[in-house]
Design a binder for this molecule. Sequence first.
Ligand SMILES: [Zn+2]
Length: 77
Amino acid sequence: MRLEPVKLKKMVRGILATRPDEIGCDECFAQLDRFVEMQLAGKNAAEAMPLVHDHLERCHDCREEFEALLAALRALE
Ligand SMILES: [Zn+2]
């Protein structure tokens, strides 16, 4: 069976997201702009949204997305 990289990535993500108190990439992404806004407002986003913060620590893809969003919003200011 030949695995496409995208499918493989999803499988790996599925394996990594085993703890019930962890959120997945979809949920992280859905909350990411709020997280970034809090960060930019100087609030403790990690404390207010620990699950998003936790996911960003573990997930390279979402981390990149987060940093890109943060940089984009900072550039606007
Ligand atoms: Zn993710």
